[in-house]
Design a protein around this ligand. Structure first.
Ligand SMILES: Cc1cc2nc3c(=O)[nH]c(=O)nc-3n(C[C@H](O)[C@H](O)[C@H](O)COP(=O)(O)O)c2cc1C
Length: 187
């Protein structure tokens, strides 16, 4: 199979990591891959915050945990059951103990689309280097905290996409969840 399509199909959301760090050069290569995403009017409306220091990541996880518990209380039983296994395994339901969290931050008319594509570029590039990733919307929960907003230097009108967690998977990349045949109308 074509290696690009193979890589697209091999990307998986990874939620268990082996604890290895990702070196700076590799992280730079992932951010470089992001900037090649298409953007409305070539606006490139993004900036990236790469959290790799242990202390900062621990603070993020500690802030996320009580917020996550509150959020989960309101969720249907089915979702609670789904979350239980991975929550127990990682003890970090927002960031899964990943060594790196990337916040993609954007502002502008097309930034929702542009930044989502930048995120996908990062995740695909990561997969091609044997690095697991996961878009963790839940990882936005601590962003009501003033210190966090300060650390990310969030300005009026800016939105956060992802964040993405990155790390080397513990064991193999997980098996794919069921992927449906999409409805397609051919004209
Ligand atoms: C917008 C978006 C938000 C997501 N938020 C979370 C999240 O908060 N936590 C999580 O574990 N996975 C999250 N995911 C990952 C999805 O659960 C995952 O992509 C889906 O189950 C399909 O699995 P796959 O990525 O391995 O194909 C998110 C994915 C997207 C695109």
């Amino acid at each position: 199979m074509n290696p690009v399509i193979e890589n697209i199909k091999a990307r998986r959301s990874v939620r268990l990591f082996d604890g290895r760090k990702i070196d700076k050069k590799t992280l730079e290569a992932l951010i470089d891959a992001a900037r090649w995403a298409p953007t409305g009017m070539n606006s490139q409306p993004w900036r990236f915050v790469v959290a790799q220091g242990d202390e900062f990541r621990k603070k993020l996880s500690a802030l996320a945990l009580p917020r996550y518990k509150k959020w989960l209380e309101k969720m249907p039983q089915e979702l609670k059951a789904m979350r239980q296994e991975v929550d127990e395994k990682t003890g970090d339901p927002a960031y899964y103990g990943a060594p790196v969290v990337v916040f993609v931050i954007g502002k502008g008319m097309t930034s929702d689309f542009d930044c989502a594509m930048a995120c996908q570029n990062i995740m695909l590039a990561a997969r091609s280097l044997g690095i697991g990733s996961c878009w963790v919307y839940i990882g936005q929960l601590p962003l009501d905290d003033a210190e966090m907003r300060g650390a990310l230097e969030l300005k009026e009108g800016e939105k956060v996409y992802g964040p993405l967690v990155l790390g080397y998977p513990k064991g193999n990349f997980p098996a794919p969840p069921p992927k449906k045949d999409p409805p397609v109308k051919w004209l």
